[in-house]
Design a protein around this ligand. Sequence first.
Ligand code: C2E
Ligand code: MG
Ligand code: MG
Length: 756
Amino acid sequence: MRTFAGRKSLMSRIVKASLAIFTIFCIFMLFHLYDVRTIFFENAKSSLERHLNSAEATLNKDMLRMKVVSAECNEKVLNKKSNVSINMVLEEETKDNPGYNFYYLDNEGTIYTPTITTVDSGLYQMVEESYRYRYFTEYFCSYRVHEYTDSTEVRMLGVRRNVKEDKTNEYLLVDFPMQEVFEEEVFYEMTEIASCCIIDKEGHIVVCDDAFVRNIGDYTSFFDAIEAHADYSNEVKRKTTEMRKSLASAQEESFVLSLSGDSDCFVAYRQIRATDDLYLVSCFDDEVLDSMVHSVMIRTFFGGMILFAVIVFVFFGTWRRDVEISSLVEKLAYEDNVTGGKNLNYFKDVAPEIISESREHRFCIYRFDILKFRYINEAYGHIKADRVLVACIEEFNRIYGAKEICVRIHSDQFLALVSNDDTVDMRYHEYLKAVDSRARDFGVKYPIRFRVGVYKLRKEDTDIDIMIDHANVARKSLSGEEKELQAVYSDKILLGMRKVNEIESVMQQALVQGEFIIYLQPKWSISENRIIGAEALARWKRKDGSMIFPSEFIPVFEKNGFIEKLDMYMFEKLCMQMREFEREGIYNSIRVSINQSRILILNPDYAKNIEKMIQRYEVPVENIEIEITETVFLDEKEQVIEIVNRLKEVGVHLAMDDFGSGYSSLNILKDVPFDVLKIDREFFSETNTSLTSVLILEKIIEMARAMGISVVCEGVETAEQVDILRDIGCDFVQGYFYGRPMPIEEFYEKYLRNEE
Ligand code: C2E
Ligand code: MG
Ligand code: MG
């Protein structure tokens, strides 16, 4: 089965578009993933530097505050009234500055806290020593409390030295917890990716946040930490040396270090401005970005999957819709809604494929219609008539094979491709019988007969339209009157069709130019051996002198309706001729008959027109005889009987022509007042003078006589035929034995001159 090219191209367009979108997306995603790490690293660097600046500013503020707090407290201790103890000053300060611890050490080793006064010269010694060796900056130092208290808390210590008159020193110590610094909001975002610590000029880690310990380790020296993680290389050495230098000269910088493994570490540091020697350092290695990169990758991947799912969804939606539309279009394009079978489009698409697939196989095309389908339609109704059409398709599909197809073209016109094998005729008859029997089953009693044009395919045939045309030409060559309603296409048939076309193209002009003329053939009385009448027969005499006989043009005119015009024309010419004869006084005893076609007779004005014509030419009505063939009574019998009766009233003679040629029925003689019965020449031909036909003829003549109808035997060619007819009591004859049809002048010379 052929599929629609349109559907294929639409599908491939959809597939191509979907793949293109998806490919673009994948390429975009790859680039995106390649870049994302770098972009993240750069973003993280700049964001870290930004955060570091703010963190340092915050830290700076805290330090400055501590400076102020320690200065104020020292001032208060030095200037206290004598009745106020140091403890009381410190207590007050503690209250005013939550989080701060205040201690005072005098030169005797006494330690004052807000609550107690103890003596521990050890601490005093330590502070003195530290101060001397510049462990402290001017005001600050940091200390790990665990060294002192066995705790991990790291506190920042501010120291104020008061030099006494005896040159001994006293110290005010102020501290606050460093860890809290890193919990401030400003550090929050920074510590999401980075680790922070505060180092001094030598790189000693004063304090670090939890992340630092977790990610880098618990180091006392920042440089030790870096060297432990970085690739051992000159590059690292150079950078750490540079950093040492810049710490010493209080410069701020940032740099990237390659770490062992495949990652980079970004280090940035800022001097805490409130101090001389403390730096806030923040660093991260790009591995911490991996989780972010991964989450982006996962999001991108899922985005891609969603996009892919959307494409797949759209693709399948479109595909399904496309299939639906295609099958609908296919249905509309290929199906016949009356029979439920296929139509001409289907035949034209599929038949050539079947033919080309089986080249060595012989096929033929049937182009057929149902005889008298109009009658079936009117007599049995549309529903039953349609069921006949359905039966034509169904029975075909039942009897013929899979590679044989039958379609309805329109109305009762069918087309079939069948295998032209030895069983072709047998199968055709089986098919015809099957359809007829199906029709009978649902009440269509009128026999189903097909008029079939057959075209036997030749090897060189390629154009299906031409093949169908040939089969149709063969079909059209059948008038429907034939016994065998099957015609096989041949060149002769084509020539015949061409001739028909030629006739049709010139007939009108020929009529106007008087090319149709009357020939007269005598009717003879055997007993009296004299002429008793004549039959007017049409001849078409072309300008070039050639003659065309009625057998060629009458059937064509009967089909196309032109016969109506010709018959009226011939009737008028005959009336004119009869008038002529009478005017010259040469003729008053013979009656001339003329053939009138069925289609003309069925015209409701026919009798009136005949009457008018007879009156116009003042022809004695009893000298005119109208010949009607018996087949006229097949259809519309009642209507024809009524018309014939009206003709009778006009006064013309009536003859039934060609009796015995077809569906003869003596019943008609009972219903119609015929004057003459013309026995067809086939009934009494040379080859058909058997005893039975002679006996039948004798009975017919006898009966007609009894009814007052005279009998004329046509086609009498031999003396033997004359003898037989004489014996069985037939007196009137017409035939070549007595005279052929001849031009009027010749007829006049031969038969009428003596009458004058
Ligand atoms: P038809 O009316 O039966 O005319 C008799 C036909 O038999 C004529 O053929 C005539 O030439 C032929 N015929 C007569 N005697 C013999 C014979 O002994 N042997 C043979 N073999 N044939 C004989 P024609 O003139 O060719 O006409 C053929 C048919 O054409 C007529 O048959 C008639 O049905 C029809 N026809 C002729 N002229 C007209 C016309 O003007 N109008 C109509 N509607 N039909 C016409
Ligand atoms: Mg006739
Ligand atoms: Mg006849």
